[in-house]
Design a protein around this ligand. Structure first.
Ligand SMILES: Cc1cc2nc3c(=O)[nH]c(=O)nc-3n(C[C@H](O)[C@H](O)[C@H](O)COP(=O)(O)O)c2cc1C
Length: 189
């Protein structure tokens, strides 16, 4: 069986981003049934509905690339108890023009990351709210709230051995099963 292709969307543009480190660890720990690729969102112009008729090449490219993937994995920090603007912008760009939602029907999962103890719970659930509207079935369990992120990595950005590593590995196995169960061709027949 061909592996399912997964777009990994990271909600931080910061060079030393913990979210990016977690995303890379998830990619490395994923089972062979998934093929993951980071889909960058930092170059997307801010969404403006006036430009629906004349979209930028970055918007067109992002929407076209997104449509090709079988599923989506969001790894995001929390900004002010919600999702960072750069991530909300990517969600909006992918969702339009009206009737051409590129996220439609792709099974997804959400991982929130924070150096703090609340572990990005607010961002995780605000994101899930948008995913309901976008018709992205988001994996309910296991939930992934990665707190204390500053202590999880070595100086080189590698995930340390330990319970978080084991959890992330189990999370990706569960996500692979979720994608297989909810992929469009399964639903349509
Ligand atoms: C504008 C802004 C708002 C933030 N708000 C929150 C927050 O609501 N909750 C939280 O846990 N951390 C918050 N933080 C701290 C981030 O969790 C921290 O900067 C983290 O390293 C960002 O993720 P990254 O390492 O992937 O870039 C905020 C940071 C910024 C810059």
């Amino acid at each position: 069986m061909q592996p399912k292709t997964i777009a990994v969307i990271i909600g931080s543009l910061r060079k030393g981003s913990y979210s990016r480190m977690v995303a890379k660890a998830l990619i490395a720990l994923a089972p062979a049934s998934l093929s993951l690729e980071i889909l960058e969102i930092g170059g997307l112009q801010i969404y403006n509905q006036d430009l629906d008729e004349t979209p930028s090449s970055e918007w067109i490219d992002f929407r076209d690339r997104l449509k090709y993937f079988d599923g989506v994995l969001f790894v995001t920090p929390e900004y002010n108890r919600s999702v960072p603007g750069v991530l909300k912008n990517a969600i909006d760009v992918g969702s339009r023009p009206y009737g051409k939602n590129a996220w439609n029907g792709k099974p997804g999962a959400v991982v929130s990351v924070s150096p703090g103890h609340l572990s990005g719970f607010g961002a995780n659930h605000h994101l899930r709210q948008s995913l309901v509207f976008l018709n992205v079935p988001a994996m309910p369990q296991p939930e992934a709230y990665i707190g204390g992120a500053a202590d999880l990595f070595t100086e080189n950005g590698a995930l340390k051995q330990g319970s978080t590593r084991e959890f992330l590995q189990q999370f990706m196995v569960a996500f692979s099963q979720w994608v297989a169960r909810n992929s469009t061709e399964q639903i349509s027949g």
